[in-house]
Design a binder for this molecule. Structure first.
Ligand code: NAD
Ligand code: TYD
Length: 348
């Protein structure tokens, strides 16, 4: 039985990847390693927690002895590495935490994987999940391709860029079999309400201000999280070793246009008069080093592996809103306690 270690599987994207692999591949055993930081939540996986091919392991990828022992006990054939500190705003207030988990944690996993297989890597894979933010910012035109130079601007993107470089370096130096994907902004169910879409859904529900940074004319390329999970499955099984694939939604939105669409859909779902939620839009101080525009050219994964997004943005957003409205308990649980302190500090 193939043993697949998924790190960060209790988080937003990780939980969708874990579920897809557990349900689709009963012949694999899926180990979900997660430290359960503020962003990790086992409620995300309650529907599959008793599956016979699934094991949850609570643990921190920065604890070297623990990780080495884990690999020597289980001898994982493959790793899908998603565990990370993932929020740009938090990286601005606490950059070192991002270096610890995203850089050192990745290094510790790479070393453990390398030692475990003593450089005999037949049929093994280290799959590193990364972000388009490593490429820095675009102007009004152009797209990130797999050969765009790295030019990260935030502590988050710098830490992810660094981890990508180490993965590639282990491939070149030690022959470690790897693949990397760099994906655009994800949205969908189970996303922690610190990121734009779930934060604003939660604020609209509670009639709280919608804090748009700067003039709102920043552009992101949005992808529905389940389509990202499908792409990860495809790259895991069919991606070429030593390659990078960009994953994106072919779906660029200026923040302010996205927020207006969200407000319209929320008004309809909450039976509020048209325009009620838009009144909550509040322009606030900009994020330092705010990247103007991200947009992915995903033609490599489309042409080579036959992947494309399965839902339009309007459909994906509607599914997402519906999920948050039907899961107010989930929202309530993650926004009590430490979340309140974070919110206060971030948005004064
Ligand atoms: P998330 O913050 O929702 O989840 C991260 C998970 O990692 C959490 O479950 C957390 O408990 C766990 N974790 C954090 N530090 C850990 C540590 N030291 N040891 C073990 N577990 C730890 O993040 P996400 O949005 O699901 O992102 C997952 C991955 O995808 C990240 O590597 C991120 O850089 C990348 N990514 C995210 C997006 C996006 O839009 N969210 C886009 C592209 C790439
Ligand atoms: P975010 O979801 O934090 O993702 P990222 O910074 O990784 O792209 O933010 C998406 C965009 O929304 C980004 O341009 C910043 C902006 N934004 C706001 O305007 N207000 C907010 O409160 C947040 C969290 C983000």
């Amino acid at each position: 039985m193939k043993k697949v270690l998924i790190t960060g599987g209790a988080g937003f994207i990780g939980s969708h990847v874990v579920r897809l692999f557990v349900e689709k591949y009963p012949e694999y055993h899926i180990y979900n390693l997660d430290a359960l930081t503020y962003a990790g939540n086992l409620e995300n996986l309650s529907d599959i927690e008793n599956a016979p091919n699934y094991t949850f392991i609570k643990g921190d990828i920065t604890e070297e002895n623990f990780i080495n022992e884990l690999f020597s006990t289980h001898k994982f054939d493959s790793v899908i590495h998603l565990a990370a500190e993932s929020h740009v705003d938090r990286s601005i207030t606490d950059p070192l935490a991002f270096v610890k988990t995203n850089v050192i944690g990745t290094m510790i996993l790479l070393n453990a994987f390398k030692t475990c297989w003593s450089d005999n890597f037949e049929d093994k894979l280290f799959y590193h999940i990364s972000t388009d933010e490593v490429y820095g910012t675009l102007g009004e035109t152009g797209l990130f391709t797999e050969t765009t130079s790295y030019d990260p601007n935030s502590p988050y993107s710098a830490s992810k860029a660094s981890s990508d470089h180490f993965v590639r370096a282990y491939g070149e130096t030690y022959g470690l079999p790897y693949v990397i994907t760099n994906c655009s902004n994800n949205y969908g169910q189970n996303q922690f309400p610190e990121k734009l879409i779930p934060l604003f859904i939660n604020n609209i529900i509670n009639n709280k201000p919608l804090p748009v940074y700067g003039d709102g004319n920043y552009t992101r390329d949005w992808l529905y999280v389940k389509d990202h999970a499908i792409a990860i499955d495809l790259v895991f099984h069919k991606g070429k070793l030593g390659e990078t694939y960009n994953i994106g939604g072919f779906n660029e939105w200026k923040n302010i246009d996205l927020v207006r669409l969200l407000c319209q859909q929320m008004d309809a779902k909450l039976n509020r008069v048209e325009g009620a939620s838009e009144k909550l839009i509040t322009y606030v101080k900009d994020r330092p080093g705010h990247d103007l525009r991200y947009a992915i050219d995903a033609s490599k994964i489309k042409n080579e592996l036959g992947w494309k997004p399965s839902v339009t943005f309007e459909e994906g957003l509607e599914k997402t809103i519906k999920w948050y409205l039907c899961n107010e308990n989930w929202l309530h649980n993650v926004t009590s306690g430490a979340y309140k302190t974070y919110y206060q500090k971030q948005y004064n």
